[in-house]
Design a protein. Structure first.
Length: 265
């Protein structure tokens, strides 16, 4: 197996789709959560961390306090504009609202993952502006995740969550299965991971000193093109199937894409 150097160390770089599947089969037995990034040079940072870092007015080092303050202000603004109700007019809890905001593109501490390796691979490969860059496929072993898949208590207030992460320490990752059922969440087999904010060697998600629980896989530009063909032709994993809602439909039919670029035949 070929290896390349990256910010995640020397990592495997399969040269074919079959070699990728063989690597996953032999090395990722307990990996249940996957994330694809189209550029291997990107850290595993939450949207909230990236937004605060990009804020030109933020001159001080970002801490958990900054992330918490930012998210609480975001929740206040969302509630002020009455976005904290679902389609049945039920008032959402703090973390239901945070998940809803993340789902629709707002920057939160929640980091998008999928229960499907193929979906993670899709997000690694589909970005046409990054087709000529190495991408990253990340698999996380569920043995490092706090609790079980559906254990997270969405009745938690944000202050309850702050107390929880303060007591559990820095190296603790929580799994949040999105409570708001949507076609997009179902199609992407979506799940969120989050933790106390750290400025670690891999990013803002608490992934320090436990490398045996992570599988970093480099996806070359050549393999990206092959994977896109395979995912489309054999697994029906396309922009159409991954974003089967109104927002996705409009994005797919924007000037960015060709008329038949997402058609299977």
């Amino acid at each position: 197996m070929k290896h390349i150097d990256s910010i995640f160390g020397s990592i495997a770089s399969p040269e074919s789709f079959i070699e990728l599947l063989e690597f996953v089969n032999h090395h990722c037995k307990h990996v249940n959560f996957w994330r694809g990034q189209s550029d291997i040079g990107w850290r595993i940072d939450s949207g909230a961390a990236r937004r605060l870092k990009n804020d030109q007015q933020s001159e001080k080092k970002i801490t958990e306090w900054h992330i918490a303050y930012y998210e609480q202000e975001l929740l206040k603004k969302a509630r002020k504009t009455l976005f904290d109700f679902d389609e049945h007019n039920r008032k959402l809890s703090d973390f239901e609202l945070l998940a809803k905001l993340q789902h629709h593109g707002a920057a939160t501490r929640l980091v998008d993952f999928s229960k499907s390796m193929l979906v993670g691979l899709f997000f690694c490969c589909y970005n046409k502006e990054r087709l000529n860059e190495y991408g990253l496929l990340l698999g996380i072993d569920t043995n490092i995740i706090g609790g079980h898949e559906d254990d997270f208590d969405f009745d938690f207030t944000y202050k309850d969550f702050q107390k929880l992460i303060a007591e559990s320490g820095d190296n603790y990752i929580y799994c949040i299965s999105p409570p708001i059922v949507s076609r997009r969440i179902s199609a992407q087999h979506a799940v969120f991971l989050c933790s106390k904010y750290i400025d670690g060697k891999y990013g803002s998600l608490s992934m320090e000193d436990k490398d045996c629980y992570y599988n970093f896989i480099a996806i070359s530009p050549e393999l990206k093109k092959t994977c896109n063909e395979f995912l489309t032709s054999y697994f029906d994993i396309t922009l159409n199937s991954m974003f089967p809602d109104f927002e996705g439909f409009c994005s797919i039919n924007s000037a960015q894409w060709g008329l038949y670029e997402h058609s299977r035949w």
